[in-house]
Every structure is written in structure tokens, then in C-alpha cells.
Design a protein around this ligand. Structure first.
Ligand code: ATP
Ligand code: MG
Length: 908
């Protein structure tokens, strides 16, 4: 065993080993699964090949190998509770895999795994164990084929091949669909690794739940299709899907006792150790925070590189949560200033060659981390203090579970993610009501109108539609790859209704006035993707006497497209020949906005710099919205400059060309690709500009043929979308024209009011404003004079209690400076006095001063305390010195009712 072999070398050894066996290297897909609504994060190597197994996607190769970026912090696979507490589970990790799509099967997969582990990497054969499938229910045949293959491997010990049941050794993608037995390779790391020695009845064995036996590699053999909980049918072609934990194999080959001691993660813990000034022994005694920081910082760096920045919901929430969690563990080590950027630099260093997106986005990564840490620091103390008070209450009442709404409030108003609340509670042996937390979060998300952006993850009805499609394919009503989609062709297409769905049931007929869904053999509708919204339109019978209006279109399951709508006229039957057409004016508006989005992105990079990357976009008929990475608000000049330049490109009338290419070729030519977008081998590219195009993007959207068609482009707003992300909204074409018209009309209306021409409006308004200032100044000085005059009268009649003159006096429209002036005069006038001067400075905004003469202060009156108490009454805050204090609030009527005598009486 070589001790010096680096992690990067191990990764490339794995890839080369399989490349030599005719596998095609397929780069890792993004952590954000493209086009898959059912998953928050890519959590295994197979995610990008899912459709190949389902038969709805084909690849030009039948053998593949890769190293896939994975995250397991949500949903079915959530390892967060183990991360930092053990040595072998991470939130982010890499999964090495080899794949056969209807090509080789068990014999080869097992032989190659054995060869790589024992021959190439020289792992001691006596340490390795293999598991095979044997159904505890006796319904599915045991995997004797795998068992025999293992037995025939040179040096494999038969007593090291074990059978296990469904939980460990049968793999299923979902409740239905491709599935099959799997075979796992475990390594015995030696007795000293057992962490359960003190637990009575513990037996060290494979799947025995201690750290001695470590699962390294899972070989999945896909050979069945599950059609119901009881029924499996053999697949026409069988597949291999394997996944090996990269960090785990590196720890074995580098002969260290933890993933965190490999050259992948140790340098990150070293940075932390250096920053907090501990030594190795101290680190060893306090490993959890080190491990959490190294793990979470690596995960956050990869997430940000894939465009997932910290935020409030969905994926963005996870990014925020892990950064904040790392930050809190940092605080436990005494790291009170932002420090994660330093750790991230080391991540980029170690992983930059294998994952160039880290290098490309280095600045965004470090900036986002620091910004998020600062944000967290500014709120965390308050949050933790409140949590402490909740804990006290829990303990006092003998309760062990914190209410979910409270936990959500800690997050929503004090920035404390649920997972941190859980950490803190766990440290005191308490729990939190997680369900309640998510209910509160959901309610908040709905109330705040966050929309369905990440709301509809889950794909609950995927199975229902997958079953319908399977039946249709079987009867030849659909092509094997499902509904044929071509959104780029003619506006009217003749096709056939193959299924009608009403109230989640297949029906034969849909009548006038009824709502339902149609599955057609083919469709020319564009389905929401890449930010471009779906088309709307209609299905009609040949002579248009029957009409179904389509309001939405969706893809609930791979290969299935449903048109959602209502029968406007007549009726429709399954099997009817129909015509489908989209609303073409609306489509043209969308095209304009989409091409304009590309022009905008190009100019943003030109004007602001290369750090600009798309972070989300919406292409709708009436507007476009573009989110991008940029650390600060744009200046007005920058916005104008970009708007001008986009319009220049429109006037140039550049040709827009679309072509189909191989992904590699397009990327080599410098096409801009998007994170989170899943690209197949063949991609569609959009280039703008004759000859040498200036804009070149991978894009599946619909576009104009020449930029002139856009008409005009107007930016309507520039704002912040999230930390480090700016948002531009703009309009084009018809919408821009109507906006211009509207502005013209407004100016015309104003000039009519001012009885002048449009050209002189500005000058005249300036004059009016100037006069207004003069008049306001005059008014103010009059009011001031009046205020002082009123004071002079009122002070004669002031109430006297216990020798103290009490004067409450209130005004409207008097600035605070005058109130302070009155306070000075008052203290001069009265040796023993207490006064309040208040003013309604503007609608809903009250200010006041409280003043007390020195001798009254000596008696114990404190103007600051009085001001504070009154402010509290009127919904504000303030305070000050014993003789003079200032405060504000919003309830003028309540202020009028203030009784100074109460504050004097309290003395007695
Ligand atoms: P375990 O039981 O150890 O959690 P698993 O059964 O969840 O593993 P698989 O889904 O089969 O794992 O994934 C394939 C391989 O990926 C595993 O054999 C393991 O080496 C690795 N792996 C799984 N989860 C993690 C994780 N959270 N961190 C690091 N490696 C992991
Ligand atoms: Mg697991």
C-alpha cells in the first residue's frame, strides 16, 4: 500500500482504470439537479443517468465512468446528524462510479472492482468483504450470480461473502421503476476501529454498525422493473450503477483512520487550527468543530460554485444553514471574526484542478461566505440569548421539546437555522418539534408570496403519470421515448389525444365546461425551463368546432407531457385527431424577451466584468428578470450604459443563429453554460452577431431571428435579489412601446396642467419646487415664532405640583430643533420644572423632548427614563440624560394624554 498517493491521483486512477476498459468519462453534473423537480440536490452518481435507466434518454456510449459531486443534507438521504460526529459521513462528498447501460453486467463489474482494489491499489484481500442479496421475504430470487462471481475472484475468501436482505442489498429508484439487487464491498479496518466496544451485546461485523467495518463501494445491478408493490418484471436490458465513497477509499489508501485526515480534508482543519492557535493535541480532543467546519465549508464552496448562494428557502436555505452552522462551531473555537473564506481558499486549492468551477467562482465563494458570516454574527447573539430563555422555560416546566413555531421564529427573526437550534438543544439533551418548524416555514413562505419556486419539490404524482405512460407505450399509443416534443417548429401541429385525465383519473371523454388534462402524441408547446415560461394555447378539432383552451403545460414524469385546460366548446374523446397551436403573439413577446436576456447578459459582462454570472432568470411575455452575481448596487450610469448598449445591438439588427452541437465542442468554443442546467451530449446553442458572434450561449429557449425584432429594450428596475446577487427587470417590444406611450401621456398631462409645452415642463417644475422650498422655509420660521409665543403664554398657566412647574406642550409640524430650543428656555425660566415638548413632525411620526431643571433632577427625576417610558407608550424609543432627553414614536393622540404629574408623584 502506498502511503503517499494523493487524493487527486486516486480519483484519476479510478477514471483511467475504467477508461482503459472502454468507459467514457462523463463530467460530474451540477449539485443542482437539472430538470429534476423531485430532488433538492444531486445525491448519487446515478442522478444524471436516471432517464437512461428509465428508457427516456439515450447516450452515445454504453459504458461511462465519473466522479460525481453529491450532497446528502435533505430528503431521503440526510446524513447531517452524522457529519462531524463520525469520520465517514459528509454533507458534500464525491462518488466514484462506473456504469453499464445495457452493456456488461455482474461478472465484469465485480471482477473489475476486485482488480482495482486489490491489484491496482493493493488492498489486502483478507480485509475485504462482499455482500449479496437474499430476500428475507423469499419473493425475489437470491443473487446467486453475484455470489458466484465473488467466489471466483482470485484470493477472495468465501467466508467473506455474506447475504443480506432488502434494506441493505436491494436498490429501488422509487416505489415503481427500475430496481435490482446490489452487492456492497466493505473493508475491515481492524479491531481498534470499533467504537462500540463498551456496548453490551455489540458484535463487530459487516453492517454491524460500528466503525470497524466500513462500506466502501456499492455495485447496483438493475434488472427488474417494479410495476406494483408486489410485481417485478425483468427488464429487456440490464444495467450496472456503482458508487464508491471517494473520501473513504482515500482514507484507506492513505492509511489514516478518518476521512478528515486525508489530504482532501486535513489541510482545511489545519487552516482552522492555525487560525484559532490550537495545537494538534488540542484539536484531537475537540474534533467535532474541526470536522464540521471542514465539511461544511467545503460543501458551501461547491454549492456557491454551482450557483446556490445563501438564502431563505430550498437549496439556498441549506447553503445558509451550513455556513451558519460552521460559523457557530468556529465561535466554539474562539473564532469570532469571519474566517471561512480562508478555509475556502484551501478548498479551491485542493479541488480546483478537478473542479474548475471553484477557481472560476473563487471570488464569489469567498465573498459570499464572509458576507453570510457577518450577517449571522450581527443577529446570532440575540437569537442564542432568546433560545437560552426558551431552554430555561422548558427546564422549569419539565418539558423536553421546543415548540416548532418558536424555532421558526428564531430563524426568521434572529437568523438561527433549525439545525443550529437543534445542535444547541441536543447539547442540553432537549429536542425541537421539527414538523412544527416546517409547518411554520411553509406558512411563512406562502404568506410572503415566495411562490412555488422551490415549493413543489416532491413530484407526488410522478408515479401516477409514469404508469399511464407505460400503458400507452405498451399499446403503441406513445413512442417508447414518450411524448414527442418540438417547440421550435410550426405553430399548428396535427396530432392525437392519447389520454384524457380528469380529477386524477383517466377518462374517455371531456365535455364542454369541464377541466382536465390531455396527453397528446406530440406537442409543439414550450415547457417552462431555463427561465422561459410555458406556452398557452389551444387544442381543436379539425374544423375548430371543438375547442380546448390550454392554460398550463407540465411534465409530471419523464417522457410525459400534460396539457392542462378547459373545454370551451364541444367535446373531446381519447383517440381523436386534433390540432394543437400555441398563442403565437405571446410566443413572439417571449422570444423578444429571451433574446434580449442574452444581450443583457453580454453587456453586463462587458460593463461590469467577468464575475457576472447568471443566478436565475425569468423570461415571460410581459417582462424579463435577470439575476446575476455582482457585489454591489449598480450605479445609475451603469444601468443607463447597459440599456443604451443593448438598444444599439438591437438597432444593429444582428442575426441570431441556432445550431445543434456536441456539448464538448460548444464548451471548447467558449459557449456560456448555466449551472443547474442538465445538458445532454447534444446541445442547442444560440449565437448573436454576424461572423464572429459576440454572444454565445447554450440555451433551449425560443428566440427572434434578428435582434431588430426586439424593437426596444427598457430597464424598469435594478435591485437586490439576495446577498451578492443583483436583479434587473426589463421590458421589450410591445410592452416597452406601451410603457413609452404611457410616459409620454403622463408628460403631456403634466404640461397641460402647467399650461406649457412638454419641452418646458422640467424647467417649470424646477421653479415650482424652488418656490416651494422658499415657502416652506417661511412657514417654518412662522411656526417657530408661533411656538415660542405659545410657550410664553402657556408657561403662565402651567400646573404646579409640590412646587414643581409641570409643562406639557404639543405642536404640529415643528422640527425637533425648536423643541430642544424650548427646553433650554424652559430650564432657564424655571428653577424647579419638568416639561415635555412634542411635535407631530409628519403623518404618523412623533418626536418629543423631556427636560427637567437641575434641582428636580436632584430630587430623583430622570428625563431620560421618563422619555423612555413615554416612548414605549407611543410605539417608539429614545432616552437621554437626566436633564434632557429626546425620543420618537408614532401615536400623537396618546402623546397628548401624557400626565407629567405622574412622574413627579412617583417621587413621593
Ligand atoms: P452508509 O450506509 O455508509 O451511509 P449508503 O448505503 O448510504 O452508505 P450508498 O447510497 O450506497 O451509501 O452510496 C454509495 C457510497 O457512497 C457508499 O458506499 C459510501 O462509500 C459513500 N457514501 C454514502 N454516503 C456518504 C456520505 N454521507 N459521505 C461520504 N460518503 C458517503
Ligand atoms: Mg447512508
Amino acid at each position: 500500500m502506498t502511503q503517499s498517493i494523493s487524493g487527486n491521483k486516486i480519483r484519476s486512477d479510478f477514471i483511467s482504470f475504467f477508461e482503459e476498459k472502454s468507459h467514457t468519462f462523463v463530467p460530474s453534473s451540477s449539485l443542482v439537479p437539472g430538470g429534476d423537480q423531485t430532488l433538492l440536490f444531486t445525491n448519487a452518481g446515478m442522478v444524471q443517468f436516471k432517464d437512461v435507466f428509465l428508457g427516456t434518454d439515450r447516450r452515445p456510449y454504453s459504458r461511462a465512468t465519473n466522479s460525481q459531486k453529491c450532497m446528502r443534507v435533505s430528503g431521503k438521504h440526510n446524513d447531517l446528524d452524522d457529519v462531524g460526529r463520525d469520520n465517514t459521513h459528509h454533507t458534500f462528498f464525491e462518488m466514484l462510479g462506473n456504469w453499464s447501460f445495457g452493456d456488461y453486467y455482474k461478472k465484469e463489474a465485480i471482477a473489475w472492482a476486485w482488480e482495482l482494489l486489490t491489484e491496482v491499489w493493493g488492498i489486502d484481500k483478507n480485509q475485504l468483504w462482499a455482500t449479496c442479496f437474499k430476500d428475507e421475504k423469499g419473493e425475489i430470487p437470491a443473487d446467486e450470480e453475484a455470489f458466484e462471481s465473488w467466489k471466483s475472484q482470485p484470493g477472495m475468501r468465501t467466508d467473506h461473502i455474506l447475504f443480506f436482505g432488502r434494506k441493505d442489498n436491494f436498490w429501488e429508484m422509487a416505489d415503481t421503476g427500475p430496481c435490482g439487487p446490489c452487492s456492497e464491498i466493505h473493508i475491515d479496518r481492524g479491531e481498534e476501529f470499533c467504537d462500540k466496544k463498551n456496548i453490551e451485546g455489540h458484535v463487530c461485523q459487516v453492517n454491524g454498525d460500528c466503525a470497524r467495518f466500513l462500506e466502501l463501494w456499492n455495485l447496483v445491478f438493475i434488472q427488474y422493473n417494479r410495476t406494483s408493490p408486489k410485481d417485478l418484471s425483468p427488464l429487456p436490458a440490464t444495467h450496472v450503477d456503482t458508487g464508491m465513497g471517494f473520501e473513504r477509499i482515500v482514507s484507506v489508501l492513505q492509511d489514516v483512520d478518518s476521512n478528515y485526515k486525508t489530504d482532501l480534508l486535513l489541510p482545511l482543519m489545519d487552516v482552522v487550527m492555525m487560525l484559532c492557535g490550537q495545537n494538534e493535541e488540542e484539536r484531537e480532543n475537540n474534533l467535532t468543530p474541526y470536522r464540521v467546519i471542514a465539511d461544511h465549508c467545503r460543501a458551501a464552496s461547491f454549492l456557491i460554485a454551482d450557483g446556490v448562494v445563501p438564502g431563505n428557502i430550498g437549496r439556498n436555505y441549506i447553503c445558509r444553514m451550513i455556513i451558519r452552522r460552521a460559523s457557530r462551531f468556529g465561535a466554539k473555537l474562539g473564532l469570532d471574526d469571519p474566517f471561512l473564506a480562508k478555509v475556502a481558499e484551501s478548498v479551491i486549492d485542493i479541488y480546483g484542478d478537478a473542479y474548475p468551477e471553484l477557481v472560476k467562482n473563487a471570488k464569489t465563494i469567498t465573498d459570499s461566505l464572509t458576507r453570510e458570516e457577518k450577517k449571522f454574527h450581527s443577529t446570532v447573539e440575540g437569537g442564542l440569548a432568546i433560545l437560552e430563555s426558551y431552554i430555561e422555560n422548558l427546564k422549569a416546566s419539565g418539558n423536553t421539546q421546543l415548540n416548532g413555531e418558536k424555532a421558526f421564529d428564531l430563524y426568521a427573526t434572529h437568523g438561527l437555522p433549525l439545525e443550529i437550534t437543534k445542535d444547541v438543544l441536543r447539547e442540553r439533551s432537549l429536542l425541537v418539534d421539527q414538523e412544527g418548524f416546517f409547518e411554520a416555514m411553509e406558512a411563512h413562505r406562502v404568506n410572503s408570496g415566495a411562490g412555488k419556486e422551490f415549493g413543489e419539490l416532491g413530484g407526488e404524482d410522478a408515479e401516477f403519470y409514469a404508469n399511464i405512460a407505460a400503458g400507452l407505450i405498451e399499446h403503441g399509443d406513445l413512442f417508447p421515448e414518450g411524448v414527442i416534443q418540438d417547440p421550435y417548429g410550426a405553430n399548428e401541429v396535427e396530432t392525437e389525444i392519447v389520454s384524457i385525465i380528469k380529477d386524477k383519473q383517466e377518462v374517455k371523454i371531456l365535455k364542454e365546461g369541464e377541466s382536465g388534462e390531455f396527453i397528446l402524441k406530440e406537442t409543439n408547446f414550450y415547457i417552462e425551463s431555463g427561465g422561459q415560461v410555458s406556452d398557452v394555447g389551444q387544442v381543436s378539432s379539425k374544423n375548430y368546432e371543438n375547442l380546448f383552451l390550454i392554460s398550463d403545460i407540465r411534465k409530471p414524469s419523464s417522457g410525459v407531457v400534460v396539457h392542462v385546460g378547459e373545454v370551451e366548446q364541444g367535446e373531446f374523446h381519447t383517440g381523436s385527431k386534433v390540432k394543437i397551436s400555441f398563442d403565437s403573439d405571446r410566443r413572439q413577446d417571449i422570444r423578444r424577451n429571451h433574446t434580449a436576456t442574452h444581450l443583457l447578459q453580454y453587456q453586463l459582462r462587458e460593463v461590469l466584468g467577468d464575475h457576472v454570472r447568471q443566478a436565475g432568470s425569468l423570461v415571460a411575455p410581459d417582462r424579463l428578470r435577470f439575476d446575476f452575481t455582482h457585489p454591489e448596487a449598480m450605479t445609475r450610469e451603469q444601468i443607463k450604459m447597459i440599456e443604451d448598449r443593448v438598444n444599439e445591438k438591437i438597432l444593429e439588427n444582428s442575426p441570431v443563429s441556432i445550431s445543434q452541437k456536441k456539448l464538448d465542442e460548444a464548451l471548447a468554443e467558449g459557449a456560456t453554460a448555466l449551472f443547474g442546467e442538465k445538458y445532454g451530449e447534444d446541445v442547442r446553442t444560440i449565437s448573436i452577431g454576424a461572423g464572429n458572434p459576440y454572444s454565445y450561449e447554450l440555451c433551449g429557449g425560443t428566440h427572434v431571428s434578428e435582434t431588430g425584432e426586439i424593437g426596444v429594450f427598457l430597464i424598469t428596475s435594478e435591485s437586490s435579489a439576495a446577498a451578492g446577487i443583483r436583479r434587473i427587470e426589463a421590458v421589450t417590444g410591445r410592452k416597452a412601446y406601451s410603457l413609452i406611450k404611457k410616459r409620454f401621456n403622463t408628460i403631456d398631462a403634466i404640461s397641460d396642467l402647467l399650461e406649457t409645452s412638454a419641452n418646458s415642463v422640467e424647467e417649470i417644475v424646477k421653479n415650482i419646487l424652488h418656490q416651494k422650498t422658499i415657502l416652506e422655509d417661511e412657514l417654518r420660521s412662522l411656526r417657530e415664532k408661533e411656538a415660542i409665543a405659545r410657550y410664553q403664554t402657556e408657561k403662565q398657566n402651567a400646573e404646579v405640583v409640590d412646587d414643581i412647574v409641570l409643562l406639557p406642550l404639543f405642536f404640529e409640524g415643528i422640527p425637533i430643533s425648536i423643541l430642544r430650543q424650548l427646553a433650554d428656555i424652559f430650564r432657564n425660566d424655571f428653577e424647579k420644572g419638568l416639561a415635555i415638548f412634542g411635535s407631530l413632525v409628519e403623518e404618523g411620526k412623533v418626536q418629543f423632548v423631556v427636560t427637567a431643571s437641575d434641582s428636580v433632577v436632584k430630587m430623583g427625576v430622570h428625563a431620560g427614563e421618563i422619555a423612555k417610558a413615554i416612548a414605549k407608550e407611543i410605539g417608539g424609543s429614545g432616552g437621554g440624560r437626566p436633564n434632557l432627553a429626546q425620543a420618537g414614536g408614532n401615536d400623537y393622540d396618546k402623546l397628548l394624554k401624557v400626565k407629567l404629574s405622574e412622574y413627579v408623584k412617583k417621587l413621593g
